[in-house]
Design a binder for this molecule. Structure first.
Ligand SMILES: C[S@@+](CC[C@H](N)C(=O)[O-])C[C@H]1O[C@@H](n2cnc3c(N)ncnc32)[C@H](O)[C@@H]1O
Length: 539
């Protein structure tokens, strides 16, 4: 694989470089003198990685030294942020809190709906302030109440082009895959209707001169490409917005990533940490898709939205690291006797979209289409049931699913994750009223889900909330089991195990943002921890 380093000229004088900083391998110098004179500047950006480039991945990050787990790799502010470009809620353009358009008040400058005319974000010099001047010149939108939130972030990028050449340069040099998003593609036609025409009809004349009208629609398409390929979803209060970061956007995807990140409120600074130890020379990766989707769903999503075929260790393994997250159950019959085979059906070549799926016990073979149809059909049932789940219906659904799917399949995982929360909480199924059978089932499910979750998320980053919910539910089931146990030693051992579960949560959730689901779970885990300690003392 051809891995070319990006930097070749001395960053002090521009002459050909003869050496690079041995720590980050990013900064190149022509001489020791220039390296020494630059240290004051360079130490602020001497990161433990270098940016390399190859034909497979494009630009990507490679560790230039061993990075211990939980180390800060870099932090940075976004180049631009704003409402998502797909299905954004009506929201305040100052602070992004969701709005009810019938009752909202309006920005005194542009008359777009806002949470309050005094919202501090309205005077953000990098975002609403310059856009306000553009929006305010089109009063027709206000009259027709055609507030198209999907167009706001692309509009901010167009304004960036005029206001900040350096940031614009960084933005527009990002990967946009325009070769696959040309005028004949579905995505092009769809963006034209949703965003491009709206901006051109309403704002292009206002933005000109400075953006050549002949190429303006192409620029907006390229902006949308950059946003879709590189944008990160960031939680802003009660809403998710889209943000673009110069370094984070260079990170490659892996279904077993080795980093985790947090966002600072208000300015949305990202902090990127190692989630496991990263060895010198290893690629530094993040995850672009959902960790609890099976391989076919993850690879399809990455191909459709990011235009590459993932070939990571997890995707290449038919069993997904032994979790069987995508495995099917064979419904063929055993030889002459009318007994279900019960074998496991796995893809023969998971990196081939057209691979056959074969049973490990009998000759049954499914085509990739048959396996995909079955998985999609059962997935629809799960989505429907999980909209308003209850114990009886979920148990019945799970029995049905397990006829066709491995018991650890991701559809079964989702139903079990919901069931462990219903057991103990639904009316008539409180912990003290759960049958022994259901209580033991809850414990077995927690054990199984814990195993899968830890295998797929070794850095405890992507599935943090799933993991914390399992820990919490596991603790409650163990406390109930201890209540039903007469033997004092067994009682204490169960309670100590449940304390471990809660302590795990306290450490897992310690950096969760205030008022988030994670911080709620942290609070209830702390309360439960006290309760269990009190129970132990009273024994
Ligand atoms: C957010 S960008 C990452 C930076 C990009 N490589 C660049 O050169 O600007 C995402 C794009 O990087 C490439 N990419 C990221 N992870 C990859 C992977 N695991 N395999 C192949 N290509 C990948 C794909 O082209 C993807 O659309």
């Amino acid at each position: 694989m051809d891995e070319r380093s990006e930097i070749k000229a001395c960053i002090v004088c521009g002459q050909e470089a003869t050496s690079v900083c041995s720590n980050c391998k990013n900064a190149a110098y022509c001489s020791k003198e220039h390296q020494k004179s630059d240290w004051k500047n360079h130490k602020t950006c001497c990161f433990p990685f270098e940016v390399k480039k190859n034909d497979d991945l494009g630009r990507h990050m490679v560790a230039t030294r061993d990075i211990p787990s939980d180390s800060l790799i870099f932090s940075e502010l976004p180049i631009v942020y704003g409402p998502k470009i797909v299905n954004p809620e009506p929201q305040c353009l100052g602070c992004y809190s969701p709005l009810d358009l019938d009752t909202s008040v309006y920005c005194p400058g542009c008359h777009w709906p806002v949470c309050s005319p005094l919202c501090l974000g309205l005077s953000d010099q990098q975002h609403h302030f310059p856009e306000c001047a553009v929006l305010s010149k089109n009063t027709e939108i206000m009259g027709r109440r055609q507030f198209n939130y999907e167009a706001i972030t692309p509009l901010r990028c167009l304004i960036l082009q005029k206001r900040n050449k350096r940031k614009w340069g960084e933005f527009i040099s990002m990967q946009s895959h325009m070769d696959k998003r040309g005028p004949n593609s579905e995505v092009y036609k769809e963006l034209d209707e949703r965003i491009v025409k709206y901006i051109i009809e309403n704002f292009m004349a206002i933005l000109d001169p400075g953006i050549p009208p002949a190429t303006s629609s192409e620029i907006i398409h390229q902006i949308c490409g950059v946003l879709e390929v590189n944008g990160l979803e960031v939680t802003a209060g009660r809403n998710d917005i889209l943000a673009l970061y110069p370094k984070a956007c260079l990170m490659e995807h892996s279904c077993l990533p080795n980093t985790k990140h947090t966002f600072q409120p208000i300015d949305f600074k990202i902090k990127m940490y190692s989630s496991i130890e990263i060895k010198c020379g290893a690629h530094i990766s993040t995850m672009y898709t959902h960790a609890l989707w099976g391989t076919v769903a993850r690879r399809e999503h990455l191909k459709e939205t990011k235009y590459f075929n993932c070939k990571c260790e997890r995707c290449a393994d038919p069993t997904e690291l032994g979790t069987n997250l995508s495995s099917l159950r064979c419904i063929g019959v055993k030889g002459d006797i009318n007994e279900a085979c019960g074998g496991t059906i796995l893809p023969l070549k998971p990196l081939d979209d057209n691979t056959e799926w074969k049973c490990n016990r009998c000759p049954v073979v499914l085509s990739s289409g048959e396996a995909a149809d079955l998985t999609a059909r059962l997935g629809q049932q799960v989505d429907l049931e999980l909209e308003d789940p209850n114990v009886e219906k979920s148990e019945e659904l799970l029995r049905g699913l397990e006829t066709f799917l491995h018991t650890s399949h991701y559809h079964c995982y989702m139903v079990k994750h919901s069931l462990i929360q219903l057991y103990g909480r639904e009316d008539g199924y409180s912990h003290d009223r759960l049958s022994d059978e259901r209580l033991n089932k809850k414990i077995a499910m927690c054990e199984e889900l814990l195993q899968i979750t830890q295998t797929l998320d070794q850095g405890k980053s992507r599935l943090l909330l799933y993991l914390a919910v399992i820990n919490y539910e596991f603790h409650s089931a163990l406390v109930e089991l201890s209540r039903r146990t007469d033997n004092k030693d067994s009682k204490l051992s169960l309670l100590k195990k449940s304390i471990n579960m809660l302590q795990n949560n306290v450490s897992l959730l310690s950096t969760e943002q205030q008022y988030s689901a994670g911080s709620d779970l942290l609070n209830i885990s702390n309360v439960a921890l006290n309760n269990v300690r009190n129970i132990i003392e009273s024994i």
